[in-house]
Design a protein around this ligand. Structure first.
Ligand code: NAP
Length: 310
């Protein structure tokens, strides 16, 4: 990386709930933030339709519209945006170096808010019908499936948690797992087995999502017998794990064994002083838009204090 003169006070990497909130707060603190939002900004809410649990929108709001409002608010206070992907970082010395394609940027502080991506099955119609029956978040979308038949893919704690949550709304929840043994903890298994609304389909993979404008069912294949079948359902909740977007930071910051960035307890400070991590990139527990936004606010305040004390 070559030398460049300008040193930013703070660079925010990632333009969804956490990053945009950090943008609002750092801009209002006169830190003139530069937010590198990447080509796929807006995060997981861009894959959601109606958001009903974000406070302040009693009628609900579409995920992409909510992100647009976050962005407009950050822009209003002077956050500058760069719609490119970060290709490399160097946090080993200060100022920190951030390479954006061929451009090299420097900053006294960095807020990382690159989020996590829900793992998908990789089916073409799964992506096409995302938000039209297919979802990766029961907490966000479960209430849209009142009295409907829905399916959940996965056999871990998340899948069982989603299935149990969905029984509040759905008439029937079918959990489809690729093996005949669940990965989930015993307590979650017991709860799911006791719930009369939950049915299980074992040793089965989903091979297609059916439907034109709205999903209507799934195509299935039994792994042991190779028998193919279809199941009619209005929703599919894919709960096969999340992957934090932390590849860029490997070797630079301490991370949990599951790949999420390590931060000090109840803080956003990472293992490198002056580098903060906010939102789903460091949170594998709550994973909500509102908690990500709160965490972006925390990071901005910690960053402001760090810069003032520097
Ligand atoms: P996970 O434990 O990694 O489970 C993922 C599940 O998805 C597994 O059953 C796996 O099948 C299945 N799977 C993965 N890729 C698949 C594919 N391509 N097609 C079909 N199935 C696929 O992930 P998680 O459930 O999200 O949990 C992550 C961590 O958070 C775990 O440590 C979990 O205990 C924790 N967690 C805890 C709670 C709780 O305590 N309430 C709630 C949520 C999460 P196989 O089993 O065959 O590999």
């Amino acid at each position: 990386m070559s030398n460049s003169q300008k040193i930013e006070d703070v660079i925010i990497i990632g333009g969804a709930c956490a990053g945009l909130t950090a943008g609002i707060y750092t801009a209002r603190a006169n830190l003139n933030p530069l937010l590198i939002e990447g080509y796929q900004s807006g995060g997981q809410l861009m894959l959601t339709s109606e958001v009903e649990n974000y406070p302040g929108f009693p009628e609900g709001i579409l995920g992409p519209d909510l992100m647009q409002k976050f962005r407009a608010q950050a822009e209003r206070f002077g956050t500058r945006f760069l719609t490119k992907d970060v290709t490399k970082v160097d946090f080993s010395k200060r100022p920190f170096l951030i390479q954006v394609e061929k451009e090299e940027l420097k900053a006294h502080a960095v807020i990382i808010s690159t989020g996590a991506s829900a793992n998908l099955l990789g089916l073409q119609n799964e992506s096409r019908l995302m938000g039209k029956g297919v979802s990766t978040c029961a907490t966000c979308d479960g209430a849209f499936f009142k009295d409907a038949k829905v399916c959940v893919a996965g056999g871990g704690d998340s899948a069982l948690e989603e299935a149990i949550f969905l029984t509040k709304f759905a008439s029937e929840v079918t959990l489809i797992h690729r093996r005949d043994e669940l990965r989930a903890s015993k307590i979650m298994q017991d709860r799911a087995h006791k719930n009369k609304k939950i049915k299980f389909i074992w040793d089965t993979v989903i091979t297609d999502v059916l439907g034109q404008d709205q999903m209507t069912g799934l195509k299935l294949k039994n792994k042991k017998t190779n028998a193919e079948s279809e199941i009619a359902c209005e929703g599919l909740f894919v709960a096969i794990g999340h992957t934090p977007n932390t590849k860029l930071f490997k070797g630079q910051l301490n991370m949990h064994e599951n790949g999420y960035i390590d931060t000090l307890s109840n803080r956003t400070q990472t293992s490198v002083e002056g580098v903060f991590a906010a939102g789903d990139v460091q949170d594998h527990f709550y994973r909500q838009a509102v908690t990500a936004a709160g965490s972006g606010c925390q990071a901005a305040i910690e960053c402001e204090k760090f810069l003032a004390n520097r």
